[in-house]
Design a protein around this ligand. Structure first.
Ligand code: SF4
Length: 125
């Protein structure tokens, strides 16, 4: 973000979805539009090092659940999401993992595991 540049963001911290305006000025970031302090922290992080929790699915060998919902256990850099998605597209679950089980450990060395978020394989649904 360059000095005097202005960006408009939607805060995703709570359902209010405040429309935040961030301006880079000589004295630092000027953030307006937030209804609480969490919006300030969100906007600052979004500008300096945006992160997201990735929620997706991975393939399995089980006909009753050919794909299984998973998510990163915590947030990862936003710019790595495409790379992590590409990696997850290469793996196949071969054991009947349940909620919380690790589907991919320390994915791409980012310090985050990818965990299962469904008991589809446990329930035999
Ligand atoms: S600024 Fe505060 S109130 Fe507004 S969406 Fe973000 S967390 Fe919610």
């Amino acid at each position: 973000m360059n000095r005097d540049e202005k960006r408009v963001l939607t805060c995703i911290v709570c359902p209010n979805g405040c429309r935040l305006t961030v301006e880079k000025q000589a004295e630092g970031l000027k953030i307006t539009g937030n209804q609480c302090k969490r919006g300030l922290a969100f906007a600052e992080a979004e500008i300096t090092h945006p992160t997201r929790t990735l929620t997706t699915t991975v393939r399995t060998i089980f006909p009753q659940a050919p794909v299984l919902p998973v998510r990163t256990q915590g947030e990862i850099p936003k710019e790595k999401i495409r790379e992590v998605m590409a990696f997850l597209n290469t793996i196949t679950i071969t054991e009947p993992l349940g909620i919380g089980a690790v589907a991919a450990e320390n994915v791409l060395g980012l310090g985050r595991d990818v965990i299962v978020t469904s008991d589809l394989l446990k329930s035999g649904a």
